[in-house]
Write a protein that binds this ligand. Structure first.
Ligand SMILES: [Zn+2]
Length: 290
């Protein structure tokens, strides 16, 4: 399943504007997450939607990963993306265990709480920049914009919109990201926010082709141009090697039992659901080497 990010320049090409209908990608990720609680679901969906928009800011082999630690410090949300538009997101086991079954009545704001933080790692494999900020807005969108203001000194608007269907599944998701370039006039970003809100622009633009989008953008923001479209898709980078750690966590006794009864050990990636099977002979090798 793929969706597209539309990249445009608006207001005399002084502002980068990215927007997307990423419903299909988010539906796939959120279905795998198995989260029932609405606030937790919304938090992960928003984080993933933001990452999908940020994918188009990356070059070559650059990656961005983010960790949201909510006020209950044991609970963490992870999302990451790369320059090829691969996106994924998941919550840690502690959070999953608490929110897989029940649907509490808390709001997104209550779920995040007053002492949450955003950590972002951006860069290449061997050369990463890490930034961390608190989350004063407790709504994720404005907290990520606050992160960019604090750590990169850039003014940004981030708006994600998640709509639910009657079965608490994801019906629709879209998002916009606008960032000022050097020389932008004071108040430009606020003007864009107002226009998008007053005219409900995002859903309208997302139903249009490039020529229509450009016409509509020019109607609101002079001298605008659609630059390109880039695809995004869900992709998990897990591999069998990563699951050797799980085998290592089992006792010699347990592993021996598996080899003696000639049974394999099954592991499963909780992000993408892929299964990795370790055969008795693989377990035997592991036992000999540790
Ligand atoms: Zn996986």
């Amino acid at each position: 399943m793929t969706n597209e990010i539309i990249k445009a320049l608006v207001l005399d090409k002084s502002i980068r504007l990215y927007f997307t209908d990423n419903t299909k990608v988010l539906q796939e990720i959120m279905k795998l997450s198995k989260i029932k609680d609405k606030a937790c679901y919304l938090a992960l969906a928003k984080a993933v939607s933001i990452m999908s928009l940020l994918s188009v800011t990356l070059k070559t082999t650059q990656r961005i990963s983010t960790v949201i630690t909510v006020t209950n410090k044991k609970h963490k949300i992870y999302a990451d993306t790369d320059a090829d538009g691969n996106v994924r997101g998941y919550v840690n086991q502690a959070l999953l265990e608490e929110h897989q079954q029940q649907n509490s009545v808390q709001s997104l704001k209550e779920f995040i709480g007053p002492n949450a933080s955003i950590r972002m790692m951006k860069g290449f494999e061997m050369n990463q920049f890490t930034g961390i900020t608190d989350m004063p807005y407790q709504n994720i969108d404005d907290d990520f914009a606050y992160y960019f203001k604090q750590s990169e000194q850039t003014n940004t608007i981030i708006q994600t919109n998640i709509e639910f269907d009657n079965n608490h599944g994801l019906a629709k998701s879209y998002g916009i990201y606008a960032q000022v370039l050097p020389g932008t006039k004071e108040g430009s970003l606020e003007y864009i926010r107002e226009q998008f809100e007053a005219e409900n622009l995002a859903p309208m633009l997302l139903g249009m082709n490039d020529a229509e989008i450009e016409k509509e953008l020019n109607h609101h923001f002079h001298n605008s141009k659609v630059m390109e479209r880039k695809s995004i898709q869900f992709a998990c980078h897990c591999s069998k090697e990563m699951f050797y750690g799980f085998l290592f966590s089992l006792s010699d006794e347990e592993l021996q039992k598996a080899t003696e009864s000639n049974t394999s050990v099954d592991t499963k990636c909780h992000i993408c659901g892929r299964q990795y099977v370790f055969s008795p002979s693989e377990i035997k090798i592991l036992l000999q080497t540790r």
